[in-house]
Design a protein around this ligand. Structure first.
Ligand SMILES: [Zn+2]
Length: 445
């Protein structure tokens, strides 16, 4: 009897839970159908990839299909009715978007919205959802990557080919002069330099190897990640991109350097991708550009950071590193990609040699900035910034001023200040390389 009773009650219990379960299912369906609201739609085109973000107050199931002839990506979002915010997406596609020619949005079925992305070329989509973080609610992210991604090294080599050959020629002139001086300085007629070049090419180059020094400039944040925001509304991502572009221009003006930007527009680049890009172009130096923020608006002054293996040099430095490392969370990365796991393994191989070199660059740059701007601290600080972890490239992070300080926010928007910061970084770089001339390429060329 007792056992039967138990069985019975267990059965009833089971039945109740099944009922409860289906009720819950029903409820959630109803909930989605009536409750889901699209809060914002954004599109971030770039050569790297185009990202489309739909922000909603509820996580919504999505399905995707790729169609060819013509190339299209079709995404169905369940639990949604068409609304004006969603329709806005159509008008947000820019004509110069590298991958999307247009977006069509329609009510496919009751409770299912269909988005059709008409593509300019075949793409590899990565669709994922993000939990609420910072100012954001739930986000559906559609990243459209080209099937053959652009190679930053090839592009850099192409764009700096003229400079590279000019530098090579000038090297050979130096070699020629040296040879003529020892061999036949007196009796040889003035040989045009150009004629003699092939001869020199056949003999192995002497140790005085010179080549273009590649400087990777890394403007922090971008796209979904605005970085810190000032009281006047300035966004760190815009200010630092502007400073980075100034630095790029200045480096372009140097005969023996070439710049490379890890991002050149308003789109998000994950931290590990910034490092990967710098390694891909075989950068001799990596400079990440940021603007500080602190809860206390009086905090002020520029800072320069290098990586720390041992822990942060101050609690403020640790705080900064945590804040900057949160960029991936706000910017939104697909944690399921294998690339990222591989990158993380690599990022743990930071070396003491890299840190030693980074400290030298950091000191030079800090000294130059200190010539005209307030410094937050009189010395280089160290913390565990993810973006500084290329094991083989000296890497520094410059916090150009506090955007959270109203006076400094105004300066950060000032052309003159932006230019002087860029100039100071350039001088710091030059000072470093004058003391540490770069060695031949890791890969012989
Ligand atoms: Zn930042």
């Amino acid at each position: 009897m007792t056992s039967k009773k138990v069985n019975l009650s267990r059965r009833t219990h089971l039945k109740t839970s099944v009922k409860l379960f289906s009720f819950a299912l029903l409820l959630s369906e109803v909930d989605i159908a009536w409750g889901a609201k699209i809060l914002g739609v954004r599109i971030w085109p770039s050569e790297d990839y185009t990202r489309i973000t739909l922000e909603s107050d509820t996580p919504l199931p999505i399905t995707q299909q790729i169609l060819t002839n013509p190339d299209r990506l079709v995404v169905d979002v369940q639990g949604l009715e068409l609304n004006p915010t969603l329709k806005d997406l159509v008008a947000k596609v820019k004509p110069n978007d590298p991958y999307v020619s247009q977006i069509r949005v329609g009510q496919f079925q009751p409770g299912i919205v269909r988005l059709v992305f008409d593509l300019k070329e075949p793409i590899k989509p990565q669709l994922f959802t993000l939990e609420p973080v910072g100012e954001y609610n739930f986000r559906m992210v559609f990243d459209l990557y080209p099937t053959t991604p652009p190679d930053p090294l090839m592009e850099l080599v192409k764009s700096s080919a003229k400079k590279e050959s000019a530098l090579a020629k000038s090297n050979e002139e130096v070699d020629l002069i040296a040879q003529f001086a020892t061999k036949k300085e007196k009796d040889a007629p003035k040989t045009p330099v150009a004629q003699a070049i092939p001869e020199i090419k056949d003999t192995p180059a002497p140790a005085k190897y010179k080549r273009l020094i590649t400087i990777a400039i890394d403007p922090g944040h971008g796209g979904e990640d605005p970085g810190a925001i000032g009281a006047l509304g300035s966004k760190e991502k815009n200010v630092v991109l502007s400073i980075a572009k100034r630095l790029k221009e200045k480096i372009e003006g140097e005969a023996y350097m070439r710049p490379y930007l890890t991002r050149d527009g308003d789109y998000f680049v994950p931290l590990h991708v910034r490092v990967q890009k710098a390694r891909r172009v075989e950068a001799d130096l990596f400079i990440s550009i940021h603007a500080d923020a602190f809860i206390e608006p009086r905090a002020k002054g520029a800072s320069v950071f290098a990586l720390s293996q041992m822990g942060a040099s101050s609690s403020m430095a640790r705080w900064m590193a945590n804040k900057e490392n949160a960029s991936d969370l706000i910017g939104g990365i697909n944690i399921k990609t294998q690339d990222r796991q591989v990158a993380n393994l690599l990022l743990d191989m930071s070396t003491t040699a890299q840190i030693k070199d980074s400290m030298q660059v950091a000191n030079s740059v800090l000294k130059q900035i200190g010539e005209f701007a307030a410094l937050h601290k009189g010395k280089v600080e160290q913390a565990s910034f993810a973006v500084l972890k290329a094991p083989d490239i000296p890497s520094i992070l410059v916090e150009t001023a506090f955007i959270s300080n109203p006076q400094e926010e105004a300066r950060l928007n000032d052309d003159g200040y932006q230019d002087r910061i860029a100039e100071a970084i350039l001088r710091g770089i030059k000072e470093y390389f004058s003391k540490n001339p770069p060695v031949a390429r890791r890969v012989s060329s």
